[in-house]
Design a protein around this ligand. Structure first.
Ligand code: 5AD
Ligand code: SF4
Length: 344
């Protein structure tokens, strides 16, 4: 076995240059995936935790160049699911589908004030579920209010640790502000999820090493990694996009260096290549997020084209995920599936 992979398995540490060496060396990819699979098994076991993903608004004030929901994209139909309909989706997921975590995701839609969002959180928390939010950059006070209302976790990808690249692709946003948000989430007592894109134009292999070291530095509880998939209605429409192989390598190295965190097999992996999520679950991932948004809405939540979940009903999505888990001999998570890394 490669000396570096051996080191990663035993020490859960690699230097920047060691990470870079592994990221460049394609001959070791399969070995890296099996090492991450083994470390996943040792630290977080064979259970795969399911999360019910509700994409409740595709309205966004930001203009990220890679994203189909960016505010300048006039070619999508915008929607906003109202409070009672969000609750009904969550109720269906909890009561009929037996899911123990609800994830509320949206663009940065200013309609959902702290007061409205906290009301929704409080209602959903009556369902005996863990609640994850993914609603973008807010103040410390807002994150604290979500926590007080009962939210448990929060997802905010750093997208890339290459500051120049971030500024070019996320016009009007501040990289430092994003890092501050990640600190604030921790202060507020939420489980902190972050992650990155792989394959943005001019994104360097070296910067993936920095991304992985950044995840360690911020002491992340969850990390989601997805290949960038160019969207035709964005400035990056002609870009070539990321590859599944590189996204899986970044993910596998993340598992080796942060052995006890939660790592989802992301939808973008499946959308890019058939069996992408299966491969991810066998290369370090231990979470999957069946989409429970109604078919009528989910087709408009087009972060990127060809989203693998488009066209399915909530029940279809759950069935497919369960089939996948059984087919690879793993178990469906029974509890809330909090990150083993998270210390209150
Ligand atoms: N391809 C892949 N992932 C994307 N995201 C946004 N646009 C794209 C795209 N074109 C990801 C971002 C964001 C998450 C919700 O979706 O990383 O954090
Ligand atoms: Fe908005 Fe998020 Fe898309 Fe950026 S990535 S435009 S913040 S939905």
């Amino acid at each position: 076995m490669s000396r570096l992979i051996q080191k990663a398995i035993s020490e859960h540490n690699l230097t920047r240059s060691e990470l870079i060496e592994l990221l460049y060396d394609d001959s070791c990819a399969e070995e890296l995936f099996s090492a991450a699979d083994e470390v996943r098994r040792q630290y977080v076991g064979d259970e795969i935790h399911l999360r019910a993903l509700i994409e409740f608004s595709n309205i966004c004030r930001n203009n990220c160049c890679y994203c189909g929901l960016r505010r300048d994209n006039k070619n999508i139909e915008r929607y906003r699911i109202d409070e009672s309909a969000i609750f009904k989706l969550a109720e269906h997921a909890a009561k009929n589908m037996g899911l123990k975590t609800i994830v509320l995701q949206s663009g940065e839609d200013m309609f959902f004030t702290t007061e409205i969002l906290c009301n929704i959180i409080r209602q959903i928390k009556t369902l005996d579920v863990a609640l994850t939010l993914s609603v973008g950059e807010k103040s410390l006070e807002e994150y604290q209010a979500y926590r007080q209302a009962g939210a448990n976790r929060f997802l905010l990808r750093i997208e890339t640790t290459d500051k120049d690249l971030y500024l070019r692709h996320d016009p009007g946003m501040s990289w430092e502000q994003r890092v501050q948000c990640l600190r604030d989430l921790r202060t507020a007592g939420l489980e902190v999820g972050s992650g990155c894109l792989v394959g943005l134009p001019e994104q360097k292999v070296e910067s993936y090493a920095d991304d992985i070291l950044f995840f360690k530095k911020i002491d992340a509880d969850m990390i989601g990694i997805g290949p960038f998939i160019p969207h035709p209605d964005t400035p990056l429409k002609n870009a070539s996009g990321g590859t599944l192989n590189m996204a899986l390598k970044v993910m596998a190295l993340t598992r080796l260096l942060l052995p006890d965190i939660n790592i989802p097999a992301t939808t973008a992996m499946e959308s890019l290549a058939p069996n992408g999520q299966r491969k991810a679950l066998q290369s370090g991932a231990n979470v999957i997020m069946p989409n429970v948004t109604l078919t009528t809405y989910r087709k408009h939540y087009e972060l990127y084209p060809g989203k693998s979940t488009t066209g399915y009903t909530p029940d279809d999505s759950l069935r497919k995920v369960k089939e996948l888990i059984t087919s690879i001999g793993r178990k469906i998570g029974q509890g809330y599936g909090a990150s083993k890394h998270f210390k209150r």
